[in-house]
Design a protein around this ligand. Structure first.
Ligand code: PEP
Length: 255
């Protein structure tokens, strides 16, 4: 069955020393209180800390991922980081298409599709974000918006390739705002996304795909969100920056 995943997106936060301390704290907590066998914890620090963070990765319940990747293979792309570089650091995961990248760096679904291709070609599993902005929800267009993001960003993949994808539904109005989607809103959208995947790739692929919720998830609301049948975990921003908060969310999976 599909994995439960709690992934921390640190964004552009922490110095090297602070990052080292935070990973050390998280790993110590995980060693003292091992997650359930079907739960995977991922942290996604900024690029310069990936090698250090990767040294903590244990190949079972704790993995490290990047927050972004270039859509190009290599060459004269100043400031970019390629999938081959991430592969050489043994990165297992990479976030793609976060709403901040879509909004501030004008990433389209076509660019996101190319990034997904780059990652898969280098054996890295993409965590692909989708989600509507507030106005789109107010106009009841959230399903159309997410369908387009998923279709244009991912549905060029073969079923085998799609099997490597983790989807993160992140309503943009809930990111960093303290405003969380209700468990009903999350479940409704996650079931919709799983239905799209089933229509395209069949029920087996859909049932194996982990679909994470992101948007002001914290220890106090994680259990309720994660108790929905189609919510397989969370992509966590603000609350991933403190070991205690992050672990509170990881432990929401404990029976
Ligand atoms: C995110 O940016 O992916 C996110 C979910 O942020 P936050 O948890 O802070 O809302």
């Amino acid at each position: 069955m599909r994995k439960h995943i709690v992934a921390g997106n640190w964004k552009m936060n922490k110095t090297f020393q602070e990052a080292d301390e935070l990973i050390d704290d998280i790993v110590t907590c995980l060693e003292n209180d091992t997650p359930d066998a079907d739960t995977l914890v991922i942290v996604c620090p900024p690029f310069p800390y990936l090698e250090m963070a990767g040294d903590y990765s244990d190949g079972s319940y704790f993995a490290v991922g990047a927050q972004n990747v270039s859509d190009q293979e290599s060459g004269a792309y100043t400031g970019e980081v390629s999938a081959a570089m991430l592969e050489s650091l043994e990165m297992e995961y990479c976030i793609v298409g976060h709403s901040e990248r879509r909004a501030y760096y004008h990433e389209t679904d076509e660019i996101i599709a190319r990034k997904v291709n780059q990652l898969l070609a280098h054996g890295i599993r993409p965590i692909v974000c989708c989600g509507e902005v507030l106005q789109e929800r107010e106009e009841n267009r959230q399903f159309d918006v997410v369908k387009k993001q998923i279709t244009d960003g991912l549905f060029h993949l073969s079923p085998e390739e799609f099997g490597k994808i983790v989807v993160a539904y992140e309503p943009v109005w809930a990111i960093g705002t303290g405003k969380t989607a209700t468990p009903e809103q999350a479940q409704e959208m996650h079931a919709f996304i799983r239905g799209l995947i089933a229509e395209k790739y069949g029920k087996e692929v859909a049932d194996e795909t982990s679909i994470l919720y992101g948007g002001s998830c914290k220890p106090s609301n994680a259990k309720e969100l994660f108790s929905n049948p189609d919510v397989d975990g969370g992509l966590i921003g603000g609350a991933s920056l403190k070991a205690e908060d992050f672990m509170g969310i990881v432990n929401a999976w404990k029976k």
